[in-house]
Design a protein around this ligand. Sequence first.
Ligand code: ATP
Ligand code: MG
Length: 299
Amino acid sequence: MSGFVEKPQPVQVPGLVHLHTGKVRDLYRNEAGDLVMVASDRISAYDWVLPTEIPDKGRVLTRLSLWWFDRLKDLVPHHVLSTELPEGAPASWEGRTLVCRSLRMVPVECVARGYLTGSGLAEYEQSRTVCGLALPEGLADGSELPAPIFTPATKAAVGDHDENVSYEEVARQVGAETAALLRRTTIDVYARARDIARDRGIILADTKFEFGFDGDTLVLADEVLTPDSSRFWPADAWEPGHPQPSYDKQFVRDWLTSPASGWDRRSEEPPPALPEEVVAATRAKYLEAYELLTGTAWS
Ligand code: ATP
Ligand code: MG
């Protein structure tokens, strides 16, 4: 089982049409036809959207995405039109709402990996490949790859796993020209971000982008380079051969799988509410990632 433990209800705002409730974001369309993206404080783990929110998480992700978009815009245009709150929107939307160009989304999760871990490691251990790409012998959990690789996945519905696919499969789905553009842009943006993060003592192990088209122009969409879409590791603790500590949901995952939660991941049961100390520690991790990357204090 998976999905929402408690399905969130859309907010009624005059002039906005509710389009979609994602795991983290709520989508609306305004009267100009633009997309209004509201990043909630929801958090997901093990394919469940948990019943407990992490205060300010949506604001942190929104501000961090904006910070990155600004540093990437000479490589690829982004979808943000405005950060102004739509008229009549609740005050709780402040700082978490982006008005974006509504794009023709490419149905591919564009993942770049510079380091081996997660589903990449699992495939490597089976076949010495990731998404069908051959890799050298002798790599371990957390090893840096000889060069960053494009490891696309197909987008799953809420509650399902994204599935890694080969580059050839992407080319079949979206055409050879678009596939090549996605791969090139994904790697270029990853490399830029990796270098920026490295200067701040953070390893960007891997990350996921979503792109859309505005006419013929490829545009960077969704959120970018946040702890929800990326693996960030503290560089000074990096040591291949075991899972790396990271700036994300580790406290949540560790607690949910510990006896303290009383939850069995393999059961049909939804996960329980998070205790206060897990919420506080997770919030602190998101803020720490923001502060380290941007070099500015959260306020
Ligand atoms: P997840 O990404 O965690 O699998 P999700 O995709 O269902 O979950 P969210 O990420 O919470 O949901 O919501 C964002 C949705 O908006 C995604 O479906 C994304 O593809 C879409 N999206 C993002 N930017 C744009 C855009 N500029 N135009 C159209 N759709 C967009
Ligand atoms: Mg998403």
